[in-house]
Design a protein around this ligand. Structure first.
Ligand SMILES: Nc1ncnc2c1ncn2[C@@H]1O[C@H](COP(=O)(O)OP(=O)(O)OP(=O)(O)O)[C@@H](O)[C@H]1O
Length: 838
């Protein structure tokens, strides 16, 4: 039975639940809020009139309408065409209307019960003017018809929801606006332009996908618009959305090449810009409520683009499928690293393991980085021929003495290191780092750094030249083994400066330096110092200052990591402290005269002493303070005299001022020297040189070192690297520069190889004591010198004996003399522990 047109929506005589959820009708009788989902009857069968053919609690998705081009998914399990009455001419009639009516509720004025919904999908309707009488309808579903005109809806002032998708409409909402139209779906139509929708100011959801819209406009007054869907249109630019409360925006499959016009969308939670022409994510950064971003099928190449969304704290779902960047190695981990808050990437759940892997891969802790750097350097150096290093010779228990000044850029480390070396040239040499950065105007290549190109640096790494490397703001820094060696070869302790990362690597090596942390405590002073250099842009200065606080934290969290801390707010004062510390190490307690003071008196006094033979008569104890002194001074005669003078002055330090380590060391050397002079005990070194055999019981043959050194001597005797030191190439002043050194050249200087050949050559492979223990002339020279007898050898500078040096050098050409010394072998065992001071 057809419903009565006027009264067709009136239903009575059946008990019903209140039709509205939390609905209300305002003073004018307008329905201002309702939830159509709860407009359901309590009735069991759900049908209230002859004409009602759909259960009241069905939704559109459950509806059946086979044929009519409707998708199969929407036609399952419901009535077939034969059960439905489809108007053949496409004109809606009462019978058809009766089939579509559902949901009974109160009329807007609350006086009657009426049908509130009508659903007529896939009826092939071209004309639905018959519906004009159903003025109480609140929800109209006319999808999958052939409608071109919706003006009939102008009769329905209470209309809340309209689904007119999949029709042939060319205009949007061109009917008298209902009071509260909230939801409109007009997707899959033929709409080309958006009209002014300011009359539809209650609109909350507007779905216009799959039309032919080219421009977004007319929405300015839709102040309640939360959901806007414009997918599959022809839009080239995002515009006309200013200040709208849109939470869910879909503009997929358009022609958008730039994310713009979204700045004022403060409530945006989800955006779909898939299948556009985007190359950048810029424009998304300020949308703090974004939870879902779909950028699938765009032209995003650069992975760094994620920086525009990584700050979105609520972002959980990101889709970047079908973008070129997905081909990049470690793409997924990289994205997860940048946006760890993601729960889903490319429709795949992000798990905890991936988050951890991403961190380890892209932001490993400094210790991990240092370990990697160390492993890399070790592996590459293993690929090179073996050679014995001067810096490893003293003994296992008495490592080569090194002083490392650690701190952030601008802490003044380099300045202080160079000053220290300048003041104590007899003790310290500067370990020049290599860097790929360009020299500053006041820097001297070779002195401040060895400046090389990135290619050269990389080549150096592959040649196994580096002890450690460090990447800092795009530049590489690294300390080569040769840089340390060139200092060690001169019998000097090595002073280097570096950042914390360098120290972490160095701590993995066999070196056991003392680490002095230098840092300005006042960040203002630090900043001022950096600015005064006029070298760094603001961002770099900020970075350095940030790192400075990292140092402070590291120092606090790793007590004992640094041996000492010196505040470098005032570099003069810092140097005073550093100098005192060093002098304490060395046992130099008497005030050291300035260089200029010394220059004058040094020559006079030394010449005088030389004449009287006094120069070499100082007791062995006097030379203790020269533990790290040079074997041979090549620079100039005056420098040699100056050094001698300094030593002479220093030697006046009373024994009582020496530390325990110094005193013990002195005692040992004294005893050893006496034994040597009396011919009782040749040094292990000389035994090896003269007989090229290995003593059986090395431990019983103490050389110039201490008991602890015996173990090392034993080791050393088997490698015997000194068989032919004169065959070594001259010590180039630029020996740490590997640029011109080919791997084959490097292999030529393998001391270990020379020695092996020599040992094999005589076929002795012998063990046990040499038959002839007579001391060679060189050893005698040394002993003579060491015992205090004045000696002058041909062509060599007459020098005071150095307990720490091999005095053979005196009788050899200066060219090779540095190489023949074994610095540190009889020198300070290691820098003694130092106290923390401010
Ligand atoms: N081999 C290295 N390993 C690690 N860090 C290094 C190395 N060589 C130099 N550095 C450090 O790299 C940083 C940058 O070097 P740069 O030469 O620009 O600064 P700087 O002027 O020497 O610093 P400062 O004023 O503290 O002496 C400095 O902190 C420096 O100590």
């Amino acid at each position: 039975m057809a419903a009565d047109p006027d009264q067709s929506q009136l239903v009575s005589g059946k008990p019903m639940t209140p039709p509205y959820g939390d609905e209300s009708v305002d003073m004018n009788g307008e329905l201002v809020r309702t939830d159509t989902n709860i407009l359901k009857l309590d009735g069991d069968d759900g049908s209230f009139s002859e004409g009602s053919c759909f259960s009241s609690d069905r939704t559109i998705n459950e509806m059946e309408f086979e044929g009519q081009g409707a998708p199969a998914s929407q036609t399952q399990g419901l009535r077939t065409d034969s059960e439905r009455k489809i108007p053949e001419d496409g004109v809606l009639d009462e019978v058809t209307i009766a089939q579509g009516l559902s949901n009974i509720g109160k009329s807007a004025d609350g006086t009657r019960h009426v049908y509130l919904h009508i659903t007529l999908p896939g009826f092939g309707l071209t004309d639905f003017s018959a519906l004009g009488k159903y003025i109480h309808l609140q929800k109209v579903e006319l999808l999958y018809n052939k409608l071109t005109d919706l003006s009939v809806l102008g009769n329905m002032p209470y209309l809340l929801e309209l689904d007119a998708s999949h029709n042939e409409l060319t205009t949007l909402l061109d009917f008298s606006p209902p009071y509260n139209l909230k939801m409109v779906d007009m997707s899959f139509n033929l709409i080309t332009t958006l009209p002014d929708l300011s009359m539809h100011h209650y609109l909350q959801t507007l779905l216009l996908d799959n039309n032919q819209i080219t421009e977004i406009r007319g929405l300015e007054k839709c102040h309640r618009l939360n959901v806007l869907s414009l997918g599959h249109n022809q839009i080239e630019k995002i515009e006309g959305l200013d200040n709208l409360p849109i939470k869910d925006l879909n503009i997929k499959n358009n022609k958008i090449s730039k994310i713009e016009g979204l700045e004022t969308l403060k409530y945006l939670q989800s955006i779909d810009l898939s299948a556009n022409k985007l190359r950048s994510m810029t424009g998304l950064e300020k949308h703090d409520f974004l939870d879902t971003v779909n950028l699938e099928d765009n032209e995003l190449i650069d992975i760094s683009e994620v920086e525009h969304v990584e700050g979105l704290g609520l972002l959980r779902h990101l889709n970047l499928q079908r973008n070129p960047m997905r081909e990049l190695p470690d793409y997924r981990l990289s994205i997860i690293f940048h946006i760890p808050q993601l729960a889903e990437l490319d429709h795949k759940h992000v798990n905890t393991e991936e988050k951890v892997s991403a961190q380890t891969l892209f932001n490993p802790p400094m210790e991990v980085l240092a370990a990697r750097d160390h492993v890399m350097n070790v592996v590459y150096s293993f690929l090179q021929p073996n050679r014995i290093l001067d810096s490893t010779l003293p003994s296992i228990e008495t490592p080569y003495p090194m002083l490392v000044l650690v701190g952030p850029r601008g802490s003044g480390k380099k300045e202080l290191a160079l000053k220290l070396v300048e003041e104590f040239p007899d003790y310290f040499g500067y370990g020049t780092s290599h860097t790929t950065r360009k020299p500053n105007p006041e820097e001297m290549p070779g002195r401040d750094y060895t400046f090389i190109s990135m290619e050269e640096f990389e080549h150096g790494i592959k040649l196994g030249k580096f002890l450690q490397t460090f990447s800092y703001q795009g530049d590489m820094y690294g300390l080569t083994i040769d840089a340390v060696e060139s200092v060690a070869r001169e019998g000097l302790a090595c002073v280097v400066h570096m950042e914390l990362e360098g120290v972490l690597t160095l701590k993995n090596t066999y070196f056991e330096p003392r680490y002095v942390m230098l840092m300005p405590l006042s960040s203002r002073t630090h900043e001022k110092r950096l600015r005064e250099r006029c070298l760094y842009p603001d961002a770099q200065i900020e970075y350095v200052l940030e790192r400075a606080s990292m140092y402070a934290i590291y120092n606090r969290e790793h007590p004992g990591f640094f041996d000492m801390f010196i505040n470098s707010d005032d570099l003069t004062e810092s140097y005073r402290k550093l100098r005192k510390l060093v002098m304490d190490y060395l046992g130099i307690n008497a005030p050291t005269p300035s260089i200029s003071d010394l220059e004058q008196s040094a020559s006079e006094l030394t010449i005088e002493k030389e004449m009287t033979g006094e120069l070499n008569t100082a007791p062995p104890s006097a030379h203790l303070t020269r533990t790290w002194s040079k074997t041979v001074i090549n620079d100039s005669f005056s420098q040699a005299l100056l050094n001698t003078k300094m030593k002479s002055q220093m030697s006046q330090t009373p024994d009582t001022d020496r530390g325990i380590v110094e005193a013990e060391s002195l005692k040992r050397r004294h005893t050893t020297a006496h034994e040597l002079v009396s011919g009782r005990l040749p040094s292990i070194y000389d035994q090896i040189r003269s007989a090229r055999t290995v003593p059986q019981d090395v431990n019983s043959q103490m050389g110039l070192g201490d008991q602890m050194g015996a173990k090392h001597n034993k080791t050393r005797s088997y490698s015997a690297p000194f068989a032919n030191p004169d065959a070594l190439p001259p010590n180039s002043p630029d020996s740490s520069d590997f640029r011109s050194v080919s791997p084959s050249t490097l292999s030529n200087i393998s001391e270990a190889q020379d020695v092996e050949q020599e040992q094999d050559g005589d076929g002795s492979g012998s063990e046990g004591y040499p038959e002839n223990l007579a001391l060679p002339a060189e050893a005698l020279d040394r002993i003579t010198l060491f015992s205090g007898s004045p000696t002058k050898t041909n062509g060599s500078v007459p020098l005071a004996p150095r307990p720490g040096s091999n005095n053979r050098a005196v009788s050899r050409s200066p060219e090779y003399s540095n190489r023949s010394s074994r610095p540190g072998s009889e020198r300070h065992m290691v820098l003694p522990p130092i106290a923390q001071c401010s």
